[in-house]
Write a protein of this length. Structure first.
Lengths: 232, 173
């Protein structure tokens, strides 16, 4: 059997280290041993497939049971591609966020919870890798990492891609947010260019006039070598 | 050439996307012998990791209409998780090496800026002795961190330790 083409190596400094002391929760959770580098076999090069009829789509987080959520309605649109700029079609994208605080029992922040905003969604990229959803702009958020710590405005993303080694869980940030310069999670990405690509950009062409400001956020998954290099 | 998007932690509130049904990979009607995979996750102080998302993925048996090959389960207050799935078979590895039956396991949690990935192997599988991944781990004790112990006729259990003397072997590709 011929292997599916292998994934390219991860580029140094483009990914955060789990050993990041400025983010306190890493202290007892990061492994001490270096990871074991293993060959890319079918387990790594193949991946799950999700169909929209079994994994229900929710593309508008700004409305619940026909009732609009309170806040600044926004549209986020972007393209999922790989490192060779090839579109990643029909891939599942999970998103979740707080508006004021998270609709989650673990979040005890003293802030109101909007009954019309749940904060979780799921969309699929189209045949050319494009995705879009509508939501409420998230707020800045206090957390216990250090004295007077505030998370920047952010939306969580989870993507699967076509092979398990493409899996990525990340966060999208907003342009001009002064909290980015103070956030140990954002700053944990060593390379500045890689870090700043986590920031969406206002895009007037995505904007729905009179209704919702538009943002562009593209996601790049690990690329595959052009031709299979291994027989398995 | 653009570089792949950086990972960021899944955080403590990923349950907004949780569907507990995903822990049963046989829910679409897969036929055959079902197995149960249980486990626990503890941190470097031995405390349960109670807010993690555990994901499993297996390329065997083949993904089909009735078997997604993928599951997700939260850890509970004891750091425990439980999946129902199908027993994987052997898979070809590089060269002529047969890989022992295994399941890929990923751990996402607050405090992990990138997922930790590892493999779950099954106790008493003959192929474990020649598996090309297991054989690259020199220490017996380290190798054993990947091998789930059989606790009943259809149930295997794996304890995962994120940090410390008996730390699990984590992988990267």
């Amino acid at each position: 059997m011929t292997a599916t083409a292998s994934f390219r190596p991860v580029i140094a400094h483009s990914q955060p280290s789990n050993d990041t002391p400025s983010y306190g929760s890493t202290r007892l959770r990061h492994p001490i041993h270096a990871p074991l580098r293993i060959p890319q076999t079918l387990t790594e090069t193949r991946g799950p497939r999700f169909a929209a009829d079994r994994f229900g789509v929710l593309t508008d987080l700004s409305v619940t049971n026909g009732k609009p959520a309170i806040g600044e309605r926004i549209i986020i649109r972007g393209r999922v591609v790989d490192e060779e700029d090839r579109p990643v079609p029909h891939t599942m994208i999970e998103i979740w966020q707080a508006a004021g605080r998270y609709a989650h029992p673990g979040d005890q922040l003293d802030a109101p919870l909007d009954p019309n905003f749940h904060g979780g969604g799921r969309v699929f990229s189209d045949g050319d890798g494009w995705y879009q959803f509508t939501t409420i702009k998230p707020g800045a958020y206090p957390w216990g990492n250090h004295h007077n710590a505030w998370r920047p405005h952010h939306i969580h993303y989870s993507l699967f891609g076509a092979g398990f080694a493409q899996r990525v869980v990340t966060q999208m940030y907003f342009p001009g947010d002064p909290l980015l310069a103070l956030d140990p999670i954002f700053l944990a990405v060593p390379d500045q260019v890689a870090r700043e690509r986590l920031i969406a950009q206002v895009d007037i062409d995505i904007t729905a006039p009179g209704r919702a400001l538009g943002y562009r956020f593209d996601i790049i998954l690990r690329g595959r070598d052009a031709t299979p290099t291994e027989k398995v | 050439m653009p570089v792949a998007t950086a990972n960021q932690t899944i955080g403590p509130y990923w349950h907004l996307i949780e569907d507990p049904a995903w822990a049963d990979l046989t829910r679409f009607g897969a036929e055959g012998d079902k197995i149960v995979l249980t486990g626990s996750v503890v941190d470097g102080a031995g405390a349960p990791v109670a807010d993690a998302a555990i994901e499993i993925w297996q390329a065997s048996p083949d993904v089909s209409e009735t078997f997604p090959g993928f599951g997700r389960c939260r850890t509970d207050t004891a750091g425990s998780f439980r999946f129902v799935t199908m027993k994987p078979g052997s898979l070809p590895g590089l060269g002529n090496a047969a890989q022992a039956p295994h399941v890929a396991v990923s751990i996402f949690a607050r405090g992990l800026l990138r997922a930790l990935t590892t493999r779950l192997y099954f106790q008493d599988e003959k192929l474990n002795e020649t598996d090309p991944v297991l054989c690259t781990i020199e220490s017996d004790a380290r190798r054993r961190t990947l091998i789930a112990r059989k606790v009943s006729s259809d149930t295997w259990h794996l304890d995962i330790r994120l940090q410390g003397a008996d730390e699990t072997v984590f992988t990267e590709v």
